[in-house]
Design a protein around this ligand. Structure first.
Ligand SMILES: Nc1ncnc2c1ncn2[C@@H]1O[C@H](COP(=O)(O)OP(=O)(O)OP(=O)(O)O)[C@@H](O)[C@H]1O
Length: 269
């Protein structure tokens, strides 16, 4: 199968007043075309930093070593303009908190049309039509009204679905979703997760899905990477790894999840 993204020996150090702290140690993995790679690990294990390093989103206090290759382009060596182009159109990132991804001062419509005009080189009228179509495709009710709303007038779940829809309309080769249900209320988590499952089935998109929730990663990913303390402790096909965990930490995550579910079933009855 063809690799669309390859990460070789990635290392990240954080520099603070000449004191260097190792955050990511020598990690290597690849994302196959049209597959979903789940990255799971506890808080602080280095999931977000890994993805931000790949996309050149870390500030200059972070020193990055290694290779990141997307479609034969060395991302860590590419110039800023090229990286920005790739980030907009080729690799879309869906962040933990959609509220911080939207500008509170502008209605959704303006933010969506601006994104489409910038990345798809289309007219304002076309961008407006595409914004409406995007919300319709996401089965969002009253899309015309939603477009006129400001971010604070929509729920976290709704904003996250707007963000997923916007990312999909750009038809990126890769979507990176970093804990996309963190700011979503419980009722909407299932809806947002359904959208992510749909991406795999309906779109020609490869995906990296980051979560501390092994259950969510198990549901959605084809391949899995388990992280602990900035290192990969296990990787492989999700179903295989979950049935035959080799690393003690993977076993710990599976058992913790199982204990949580048992407790839940005990309470619910
Ligand atoms: N801006 C920063 N400056 C210094 N260290 C940082 C910074 N951001 C993250 N770190 C450190 O890098 C390590 C990895 O953090 P990271 O955010 O990647 O973890 P994570 O697995 O994504 O956790 P979470 O699920 O909580 O987002 C942590 O030890 C964290 O303290």
């Amino acid at each position: 199968m063809k690799e669309i993204l390859k990460v070789n020996h990635l290392e990240v150090h954080h520099m603070d007043h000449k004191v260097s702290t190792n955050i990511i140690s020598d990690i290597s993995f690849s994302l196959e075309k049209n597959r979903c790679l789940g990255i799971v690990g506890e808080s602080g294990s280095g999931k977000s930093i890994t993805c931000k390093a790949i996309l050149g989103l870390l500030d200059k206090d972070f020193h990055i070593k290694g290779e990141v290759i997307f479609n034969d382009i060395h991302l860590l060596k590419a110039d800023k303009r090229k990286i920005r182009q790739i980030r907009g159109k080729e690799i879309s990132m869906i962040l933990q908190n959609p509220m911080t991804s939207f500008d509170p001062l502008y209605p959704i419509q303006e933010q969506m049309t601006e994104t489409f005009i910038e990345n798809l080189d289309i007219s304002k009228k076309e961008a407006l039509g595409l914004s409406l179509k995007t919300l319709e495709n996401m089965n969002i009710l009253h899309p015309k009204d939603v477009l006129k709303k400001y971010p604070h007038q929509l729920s976290g779940g709704m904003l996250q679905r707007v963000m997923i829809g916007t990312a999909l309309t750009l038809k990126p080769s890769i979507i990176i979703a970093d804990e996309p249900t963190t700011a979503v209320d419980a009722i909407n988590v299932a809806k947002v997760m359904k959208e992510f499952s749909g991406i795999k089935e309906k779109h020609n998109t490869s995906m990296i899905f980051i979560s501390h929730d092994l259950g969510a990663v198990a549901k959605i990913s084809d391949d899995i990477l388990v992280m602990k303390d900035g290192k990969i402790v296990e990787k492989g096909e999700t179903q295989y790894v979950l049935r035959n965990p080799r690393s003690e930490h993977t076993r710990y995550l599976i058992n913790t999840r199982k204990a949580l579910m048992d407790k839940f079933h005990q309470i619910v009855g």
